[in-house]
Ligand binder design. Sequence first.
Ligand SMILES: [Zn+2]
Length: 207
Amino acid sequence: MARTDWNLHARSRVCRGCGAAFADGDCVRTGVLPFSNPLVSELFAEKLAEEAAAAAAGQPVKPHPEWARLDFCQECWKAKSGAAKWTSAWKSPYAAPPPPAEDPLAKASPETLLRSLVEGDEPEQHLQAIYLLAVMLERKRVLVERATRFAADGSVVRIYEHRRSGDILMVTDPHMTDGEIPEAQAEIERLLGLRPSVESVAAVSVI
Ligand SMILES: [Zn+2]
């Protein structure tokens, strides 16, 4: 039995309110809420019930993300947005996702490395590299910072959106000292440089 998966960082292809599919160029209204918000419980009631049943049957259940990202069409945003105090909200034009790359290794780049680190099994082992990559990609205008928030433990979390795909990334600011930056840069170079080898691919892209 598959684990219940909560990928709430990617832009949805359909409106969370009415289920209508987004088309190229549609204005998508996006909001971020703590997962515990009642609107999240309402919109995902069916999935939460399935999860509770799975947990009761002793099946492993993936932990919930701390935040949920919700995408709406204009009409549903007007109808639902007033009901919640949003952590962050913005609008952006929908762009249909490009076809998946045939050979992900041929496309190894700071962008694919950042994604594999964030989605990997041990993102907490790479907080500094993740943060530096995000800053680098923001400077290249690949990512745009949408908000800065405090996590439950008081750490600063930056919410970035990928300009083209609309995916969001929650990046914890590791508050690096000047002395730690070269070390993190060296880690990035090592991960990028070693990517073609079998071991490093196993290390960074186990998802
Ligand atoms: Zn809708």
